[in-house]
Unconditional design. Structure first.
Length: 233
């Protein structure tokens, strides 16, 4: 049973969403603000967190920043309606997905299940000798899907589930272009729609992380209006 943490200062949202998720078979923990959630996460991490952005004491952005210092646990942001700045900033900081308020609880459940399935796939629950589970080496890049580990020039790089899947899809065929639609299919289930901006934000975050261990990292090339390509270095 997966444990989901809900963090929101709106008690009505906490109560109604928790009831829905529990009815779907999840174990749910609820928190009224980011600091309360962080204190609990420091003791034991859930399998996934759903975070509101605007909260007292510690908002969702600050909480995500703290979390990304120690875990690649999947995170979904709840954003205000039409607040594109929050969405883009959240994705660039390392959120895996976002859902706009007011939202359909069924949509949220689908997004949670999709992320958990992707996490299971990366973790290698269905172990087999496939392109998705074999250790992959491309020049200075080494990826181990079964351990969800990535290294560049021998240095470990911590990636979220979404970032890992995007890098894996690009690096599997160096020199070949992947369109944004193809990358969406890799990172998201068919029933979950995301726009081009979401993929672009994940790629920017991925590049930034790789450049923390190598300031000259340039293996991921943007082909404007077409997509992205991995060039083996």
């Amino acid at each position: 049973m997966s444990k989901i943490a809900l963090v929101d200062d709106d008690r009505n949202i906490l109560t109604s969403v928790a009831m829905t998720l529990e009815a779907e078979g999840f174990e749910v923990e609820t928190y009224n603000d980011g600091q309360q959630a962080l204190d609990a996460f420091n003791r034991k991490l859930p399998d996934m967190a759903v975070l509101d952005i605007k909260m007292p004491r510690m908002d969702g952005m600050d909480l995500l920043q703290r979390l990304r210092q120690k875990t690649s646990m999947p995170v979904i942001f709840l954003t205000s309606k039409d607040d594109e700045i929050d969405e883009v900033l959240g994705l660039r900081m390392g959120a895996d997905d976002y859902v706009k308020k007011p939202f359909s609880q069924r949509l949220l459940v689908e997004r949670i299940r999709a992320l958990l399935r992707r996490q299971d796939a990366v973790a290698g629950d269905e172990v087999g000798d496939t392109e998705e589970t074999k250790i992959m080496e491309r020049g200075e890049l080494r990826m181990d899907p079964l351990r969800h580990s990535v290294s560049w020039k021998g240095q470990e790089v911590s990636l979220t589930v979404t970032e890992f899947l995007l890098l894996q899809a690009l690096a599997q065929r160096p020199g070949f272009v992947k369109s944004r639609d193809q990358l969406m299919d890799v990172a998201y289930d068919d029933q979950v729609y995301v726009d081009d901006r979401t993929i672009d934000s994940h790629i920017k975050r991925l590049r930034k992380k790789m450049r923390t261990v190598d300031s000259e990292f340039s293996a991921i090339e943007t082909l404007y209006g077409i997509g992205y390509r991995y060039n083996e270095e």
